[in-house]
Design a protein around this ligand. Sequence first.
Ligand code: F6P
Length: 327
Amino acid sequence: MNELRRVGIYTSGGDAPGMNACVRAVTRTLQVEELEIVGIRRGYAGMIEGDFVEVDGQSVSNILQKGGTILKSARSKRFQTPEGRAVAAEQLRKADIDALVGIGGDGTLRGAHLMRQEHGTRIVGCPGTIDNNLFGTDETIGFDTALNTAIENIDRIRDTADAHDRLFLVEVMGADSGFIALNCAIGGGAEMVLIPEFESDVLHIKNRIHSLMSAQSRSSIVVVAEGEGLGGAPAIADALGSDRAFDHIDIRVCILGHTQRGGPPSARDRVLASRLGTGAVKALLDGFDDVMVGVVDGDVKYTPLSEVTSRKKDINYELLKLAQMLS
Ligand code: F6P
């Protein structure tokens, strides 16, 4: 294997608070190791176009606390084709890039694994997504911040819901997983939570809401994960609204959407991102590649990308029981 000399770094897919902290950690660790650093802008789209910038320890000053990503991000359709990946590999060769550190979610890490398989690119992934849906790490970069944002908004919604005795269906992000929903239901004291991992039943939802709202005549908050099977908060509101039994209940929908992706990273995300960024460079220096760096039970661990991309991270059913019991 060639000696490590010049490393490319990119962020890809949905941005997540803490990505900048990770870029900073990767860059500064590479600098300490006296390696060259190339920033690849706009993820795989920029890799295909050769949109590269020289980066050094100084250029990552004052970004630790910022949301978004200074390297920009994108979802590239062209990279999903073998032709697109071949162009990306050629651009890396032309720029003398020996290895990559990629920060992103499941799509980003699948792309990284394909680059390794098809073009032998040395590559280490860092889990950066608010969804927390990656096997091989207890938490992903951005999850804690998104969760705090969602809970803060639920607290605000609770005030107005309570003032009007309304039912609010609050939809949160998470793609096809319910980590954000489940945790913010517990942290926000929601009366009910609907997640993709647990099949929802309209009749059960109606019965539960009906008894909550009529017996106690108070506000209720139902947290709905965007990937839940009934079509999300608007579809559930329609199903309730078209039932005469709910005529007396004032229903509102609030979709938190991309508010969960922005904002300064929490302290926890900054520390996690810093550990994982440095861990990624250490992995390359120790001869590892085709792995994702994660924190498992408090320690930095490497998990093969083949496993990360083929295994599903399980929801903690104890948390689901807790959310139900405390509501
Ligand atoms: O993966 C992060 C995420 O925010 C998901 O929770 C959500 O489903 C998706 O990205 C939204 O993607 P976009 O910003 O491309 O609309």
